[in-house]
Design a protein around this ligand. Structure first.
Ligand SMILES: C[S@@+](CC[C@H](N)C(=O)[O-])C[C@H]1O[C@@H](n2cnc3c(N)ncnc32)[C@H](O)[C@@H]1O
Length: 229
């Protein structure tokens, strides 16, 4: 479960007592021991956790996990560590993992910032997915936005050279901030000129399809860590 640290009061999420369906509760109770990685603040060995040496990806804030499950199903050659703080989403993804018999997903219910800082060693990740991070639209809440220079620096340190950071958002001013922050990280280079086309591996969610029909835009930002950085 999520612990609160007095040293880092500004978090990118607020824990609410979300409604947990019976199926989600059951999945959480029965499947966490099988697919969940307890957060202890100690370093994790991803090769041991997944029992193989394969490309490793971190997804931060997977929500209900539809995208996570689809990507993992379509890419059995990769392993996915998925971090989320909310219990209903955990239950929802765990249910999909079991139903689809996915062997390449492990979940961690904890603040991804702590996970990156304390549980993941340098240069262990081939990619990081941050899809539709909370936009915190009010100016006084912008400090809660996940994508900030310090966080990107941390992410970058956990990426292997050649590994990528992929952020997608449907908030234009956040998209601009994300592009600016990633452009300012000297160890990263943009894979596109400005925003990137949506890569084939990121499926369109129902929410996104509806938004696109209504004329809303989505911006993908994909940067790679430079070789030798
Ligand atoms: C707007 S939702 C998007 C969910 C999903 N990626 C999607 O595309 O539907 C953002 C999610 O990020 C999670 N989140 C925010 N900050 C987080 C953090 N520091 N660590 C882990 N999860 C976080 C929230 O709990 C929320 O479920």
């Amino acid at each position: 479960m999520v612990e609160h640290s007095p040293h880092r009061p500004i978090r990118s999420f607020v824990l609410r007592q979300g409604r947990l369906s019976n199926a989600q509760r059951r999945a959480h109770e029965t499947l966490m021991p099988k697919y969940g990685i307890p957060y202890s603040g100690k370093l994790l060995d991803l090769a041991i956790i997944f029992s193989r040496s394969a490309p490793k990806f971190l997804e931060i804030g997977f929500g209900m996990g539809e995208t996570t499950a689809l990507i993992a199903q379509a890419h059995p050659q990769n392993d996915y560590l998925a971090a989320e703080v909310h219990t209903p989403g955990m239950g929802s993804l765990l249910k999909q993992v079991e139903e689809l018999e996915l062997t390449n997903i492990r979940v961690i219910q904890h603040d991804a910032v702590d996970v990156l800082q304390h549980a993941l060693p340098p240069e262990c990740l081939d990619g990081v997915h941050v899809f539709f991070p909370d936009p915190w639209p009010k100016a006084r809440h912008h400090k809660r936005r996940l994508i900030q220079a310090e966080f990107v620096d941390l992410l970058c340190s956990r990426l292997k050279p050649g590994g990528y950071i992929h952020v997608a958002t449907d908030w234009e001013d956040y998209a601009e901030q994300i592009l600016e922050v990633l452009s300012g990280e000297p160890h990263l280079s943009n894979t596109a000129v400005g925003y990137a086309p949506r890569p084939e591996y990121r499926p369109l969610t129902k929410f996104e399809q509806r938004g696109l029909r209504l004329g809303h835009e989505v911006w993908d930002v994909i940067f790679r860590k430079k070789q030798g950085a």
